[in-house]
Ligand binder design. Structure first.
Ligand code: ATP
Ligand code: MG
Length: 602
C-alpha cells in the first residue's frame, strides 16, 4: 500500500499502549476463523453421508454445525468488543496528547495553521485513525487469516481447480493497489477541503458583526459556495471510485462460483471429485468472498487512516521553539535586566527593521516602570518577550540574574502576573475568569481584586453579579469591562512581577483615579511594568521608559523627561492640551477616546 514511510511508527506507539486488549481481540478473531473454517470440511462429510443415504451421520453433523455457529458467534462478538474498544482507547489517547501538544505549540505555528484546520485534524482525522485501528485492523487480520488458511487448502485439494477459481485474484490485488493509491490522494484532498470549509464557517461566526457591517454577506456566501463545491467535487470523485471498487470485488465471488460449477461439475461426472468435495470447495470459495470484498473497503480505510495519521503527525512533530530551560527555581525578587535585545517577528520581511532594537535597561526589584510610546513602537512586544511568549534569543533577558531561556517556563511565568492588551475571557462565569490564575482563591479575594480593578460597579448591573456567565451563553462585556476583568485576574495572583499592558485604555477619568490608587497599593514591593497611553499613570512611576520604533529613546523620572523636552515632553504637552479641551467641551472627550488612544495618535 502507498503508505508514507514514517506514519506507522506513531500508530505503533499507541497500539503498544493497548497491546493486551488488541492481542486478546486478535486471538479471539483467530478462534472465530478456526471455527468458521472447519465448517466446509464438516459440510463435505455430511454431503457425502447424504449421498450414501446415511441420515444419522448427517444429523450428527448438523448438531456440530449448530454448536460451531454459536461458539464462532461468541468469539466474533468478543473479538469485535476488544478491538473496537481498543480503537476508541487509542482515539482517546491521541486526542489527549494532541490537546497537550496544542498548548505547547509556538506562536509561529498558529499563524501557519489556521484553527479550522487544527479542529479538522483533531476531529475528522482522529476518527479516521480510530477506524483504521478498529474495523481496519479487524478486517485486515480477518482477510489475512482466511486467505492464509483457505488458499493452501484449496490447492491441496485440487491445484488445477483452485488455480482456475482463484484466477481473478492477482488482477484484483493489483487493481486494489491502484484504487487504494488514488483513494489516499482523494481522501487527503477531501480532508483538507473540509478543513478549509470549517475554517471559513468559524471565521464568519467570529467576524459576523464585521461581515454584516460591511454588507459582505453575499460575497462571503459566494466564497463559501466555492469551497463547498470544491469539497463536494472531491467527494464525488471518491464516491465514483468506491462505486467501481465494490462491484468489481463482488464480481470476483461470482466468477469463482461459475468457474467451479463449470470445471468442478465435469470432475464429479468424471469421478475425480465427490459431491462432498464439491460442496466443500464451494463453501471455501464463499468463505473467501466476504473478506475479499471487505479488502477493498479496508484498503480505503487503511489509506485514509494513514493519511490522517500523517496529518496529525504534522502537529506532533512540531518542535516547541519556546521550550523549558533546565532551571526550575522560581525567581523571588523580580529584578529584570534586558541586555541588547533585538527582536524580529519570524514572518516579517527581512527589509523591515526589527520590532525591538538593541533594548538595554533594568527594572530593579520593587520598582514601578511606566513604558510609553507611539502605537506600534514595540511596547507589547517587549512585555511578551519578558514572559517568553515570543521566541527571544538567549542571553538577552535576565530575571533575578538568570537568563530566561535557561528557566523552566513554569518558573518564569509563575513569577509574573500579566494582563495582556487584548484581554481574553473564557465562556465561564466572571468569577471563574478572574480566578483563572488562582482557582483556589477565596470569594473575598476575588471580590477584592474586582474592587481594585474598578469592576465592582459594573457587576452590580448584572443580575448574577460575579457569577454572571461570559460569552456565548451569557453577557458580552464591553471592551473596557473585559480589560478590567483581565486586570482583576492579574491582581489576584501575587507574584514578584506585575505586568499590565494598557489596561487603562478604556476607562473614564474617575475610574482611572480609582484604579491608580489601587495599583499604588498592589505594586508595593513588586516590580511593576505598566504600558500605557495615559500619562496620568506616570505618577506611579519610579522611572519612565519611552520607546520609539523599537528603541528606548528616553528614560528617567517624569521631571527629568519633561526637562529633556523630547518625545515624552511632546506627548505630555499634547495630552495636557487635550484634557483642557475636554474640560471645556465634555462631548469631545468621548468622541476622541472612542476613536483613538489619547495623546499619541500622530
Ligand atoms: P500599541 O500601542 O498599539 O499597543 P505597541 O507598542 O504595543 O502598540 P506592538 O504590539 O509591540 O506595538 O507591535 C510592534 C510592531 O510589531 C508593530 O509594527 C506590529 O505590526 C508588529 N507586530 C506585532 N505582532 C506581530 C506579529 N505577531 N508578527 C509580526 N509583526 C508583529
Ligand atoms: Mg500594545
Amino acid at each position: 500500500m502507498a503508505a508514507p514511510s514514517n506514519e506507522p511508527r506513531r500508530i505503533r506507539h499507541y497500539f503498544a499502549r493497548h497491546a493486551g486488549a488488541f492481542t486478546a481481540g486478535l486471538f479471539l478473531l483467530i478462534v472465530t476463523q478456526a471455527l468458521s473454517l472447519s465448517v466446509p470440511r464438516l459440510l463435505k462429510g455430511a454431503t457425502d453421508a447424504l449421498v450414501a443415504m446415511d441420515l444419522a451421520r448427517t444429523k450428527e453433523t448438523a448438531g456440530y454445525l449448530m454448536l460451531i455457529a454459536v461458539l464462532a458467534a461468541l468469539a466474533r462478538i468478543g473479538s469485535r468488543i476488544f478491538i473496537f474498544n481498543s480503537g476508541r482507547e487509542v482515539e482517546l489517547d491521541v486526542r489527549n496528547d494532541l490537546f497537550a501538544k496544542l498548548e505547547s505549540l509556538p506562536p509561529s505555528f498558529y499563524r501557519k495553521m489556521p484553527s479550522g484546520q487544527l479542529m479538522s485534524r483533531a476531529v475528522n482525522d482522529l476518527t479516521q485513525v480510530r477506524l483504521l485501528l478498529g474495523p481496519g485492523l479487524l478486517n485486515l487480520t480477518n482477510t489475512a487469516l482466511v486467505y492464509a488458511v483457505v488458499v493452501p487448502l484449496l490447492f491441496m485439494k485440487d491445484a488445477e481447480l483452485a488455480a482456475l477459481t482463484l484466477m481473478a485474484l492477482p488482477g484484483l490485488v493489483i487493481s486494489g493497489q491502484i484504487f487504494a493509491r488514488r483513494m489516499y490522494r482523494y481522501n487527503r484532498d477531501a480532508q483538507e477541503k473540509l478543513g478549509e470549509l470549517q475554517n471559513k464557517v468559524q471565521e464568519n461566526l467570529g467576524g459576523i458583526m464585521t461581515v454584516r457591517a460591511y454588507r459582505r454577506e453575499a460575497a462571503e456566501r459566494a466564497w463559501f459556495v466555492r469551497l463547498n463545491d470544491a469539497y463536494v467535487a472531491v467527494n464525488l470523485k471518491l464516491a465514483k471510485l468506491r462505486g467501481v471498487l465494490f462491484p468489481l470485488m463482488g464480481l470476483f465471488g461470482a466468477f469463482g462460483t461459475i468457474v467451479l460449477l463449470y470445471a468442478g461439475g465435469a470432475r464429479i461426472i468424471d469421478g475425480r471429485l465427490t459431491v462432498g468435495d464439491f460442496v466443500e470447495f464451494n463453501a471455501y470459495i464463499a468463505a473467501l468472498t466476504w473478506p475479499t470484498i471487505a479488502l477493498g473497503w479496508m484498503l480505503s480505510l487503511w489509506q485514509r487512516g494513514l493519511a490522517s495519521m500523517d496529518r496529525i503527525n504534522e502537529i506532533f512533530t512540531v518542535e516547541p521553539s519556546i521550550a523549558d530551560g533546565p532551571l526550575s527555581a522560581r525567581p523571588g525578587a523580580g529584578n529584570i535586566e534586558i541586555r541588547g535585545l533585538t527582536f524580529r517577528y519570524p514572518d516579517s520581511g527581512p527589509e523591515t527593521p526589527p520590532t525591538l532594537q538593541d533594548v538595554t535597561t533594568e527594572m530593579r526589584a520593587g520598582e514601578t516602570v511606566v513604558i510609553v510610546g507611539r502605537t506600534g513602537s514595540g511596547k507589547s512586544t517587549l512585555l511578551k518577550a519578558i514572559l517568553r511568549l515570543l521566541e527571544v534569543p538567549p542571553g538577552t533577558i535576565f530575571v533575578d540574574g538568570r537568563d530566561i531561556t535557561e528557566l523552566e517556563l513554569d518558573a518564569l511565568r509563575g513569577a509574573i502576573s500579566y494582563a495582556p492588551q487584548d484581554a481574553f475571557l473564557f465562556s465561564r462565569s466572571i468569577s471563574e475568569n478572574i480566578a483563572f490564575g488562582r482557582p483556589e482563591a477565596s470569594q473575598a479575594e476575588i471580590e477584592g481584586a474586582t474592587e481594585s480593578a474598578g469592576l465592582a460597579g459594573d457587576l452590580s448591573g448584572f443580575t448574577d453579579g460575579l457569577e454572571t456567565m461570559v460569552g456565548e451563553r451569557g453577557v458580552t462585556l464591553s471592551g473596557g469591562q473585559r480589560q478590567r476583568a483581565a486586570l482583576a485576574r492579574a491582581l489576584l495572583v501575587s507574584s514578584p512581577i506585575l505586568i499590565l499592558d494598557d489596561t487603562l485604555a478604556a476607562v473614564d477619568t474617575e475610574t482611572e483615579r480609582h484604579i491608580l490608587r489601587a495599583l499604588a497599593r498592589h505594586s508595593q514591593g513588586r516590580t511593576t511594568l505598566l504600558v500605557t497611553h495615559r500619562l496620568a499613570c506616570a505618577e506611579l512611576a519610579d522611572r519612565i521608559l519611552v520607546l520609539d520604533e523599537g528603541r528606548i529613546v528616553e528614560q528617567g523620572t517624569e521631571a527629568e523627561l519633561l526637562a529633556l523636552g523630547g518625545l515624552y515632553a511632546e506627548m505630555h504637552a499634547r495630552q495636557q492640551l487635550q484634557e483642557s479641551l475636554e474640560r471645556e467641551s465634555p462631548e469631545a472627550l468621548n468622541a476622541e477616546r472612542g476613536a483613538e488612544a489619547v495623546g499619541v495618535s500622530s
